[in-house]
Ligand binder design. Structure first.
Ligand code: MG
Length: 203
C-alpha cells in the first residue's frame, strides 16, 4: 500500500505556512514504512528538533482505479478516520529553500499516524465532517471538511490521473490551521465528529 497526502487543502493553513493558495491539488507520498497504527507511541526522531502535528481526515481506498471520474470517485473509498501527518518542519524548510523534494521531512518512519477506521456509511455527509486534535487535553487544531479547497472526489479524480489507486491505500486530505510542534511526553487525541478515533503518546 501507499500513502497519498494532499498539501495546502485548507486556505487558512496555506496562509500560516506563507504558501500560495493552490489552484490545483498538491500531493506527495509517504512510503508504507511511515504507517503508525493501533495507538502505538510515536518515538521522536533524532534528526529533527521541530516535528509538527497536522491532523487530517484520512480515507481508505477500497477499489483499484486509474483516471477515475469525479462522479464515480466516492465508490473508491469505503472507510474514513483521522490521522496525523507528522512533518519535520526544520528539514522541510531546508528542502523548500533549496527547491529539493520533501521526502525526508514527510516520509520518515512513523510519520503517518492513522486512527481507528470507520465505515463512511456512519456519516451523513463527507463534505461536512468536523475533526480536531487535542494535545494534553487542550484543543490545538479544529477543522471541518466543508472548508477544503478540493473535495475528496476532486482529489481522487486528480491524483488518479497520475497514480493508480489500489485497495488499502490511504489518502490524507489536508490539515486545517493550527499546526505546531510536539514534544516528548505529549498525549495526542484526535476526534472525528466528536468521537475519539486516535489516542497516543510521543516518547
Ligand atoms: Mg499534511
Amino acid at each position: 500500500m501507499k500513502i497519498l497526502c494532499i498539501g495546502r487543502n485548507y486556505a487558512e493553513h496555506a496562509k500560516e505556512m506563507k504558501a500560495e493558495t493552490p489552484t490545483e491539488p498538491v500531493f506527495f507520498m509517504k512510503p508504507d514504512t511511515a504507517l503508525l497504527q493501533n495507538n502505538s507511541p510515536f518515538y521522536y526522531p533524532k534528526f529533527s528538533s521541530d516535528v509538527h502535528h497536522e491532523v487530517e481526515v484520512v480515507l481508505r481506498v477500497c477499489k483499484n482505479g486509474k483516471n477515475i471520474q469525479k462522479q464515480f470517485a466516492s465508490k473508491y473509498y469505503d472507510e474514513v478516520t483521522v490521522g496525523i501527518d507528522f512533518t519535520a518542519r526544520d528539514l522541510q524548510a531546508a528542502c523548500k529553500a533549496k527547491g529539493l523534494p520533501w521526502e525526508k521531512a514527510k516520509g520518515f518512519d512513523s510519520s503517518g499516524v492513522v486512527g481507528t477506521m470507520k465505515s463512511k456509511e456512519d456519516y451523513k455527509d463527507m463534505s461536512n465532517l468536523s475533526f480536531k486534535l487535542d494535545i494534553n487535553g487542550k484543543t490545538v487544531q479544529e477543522g471541518n471538511t466543508k472548508d477544503v479547497l478540493f473535495s475528496f472526489d476532486t482529489i481522487i479524480e486528480y491524483v488518479s490521473q497520475f497514480v493508480t489507486l489500489r485497495i488499502g491505500d490511504l489518502i490524507y486530505t489536508g490539515t486545517p490551521v493550527g499546526v505546531g510542534a510536539v514534544k516528548v511526553g505529549d498525549r495526542l487525541e484526535a476526534y472525528l465528529e466528536n468521537e475519539k478515533l486516535l489516542d497516543f503518546e510521543v516518547k
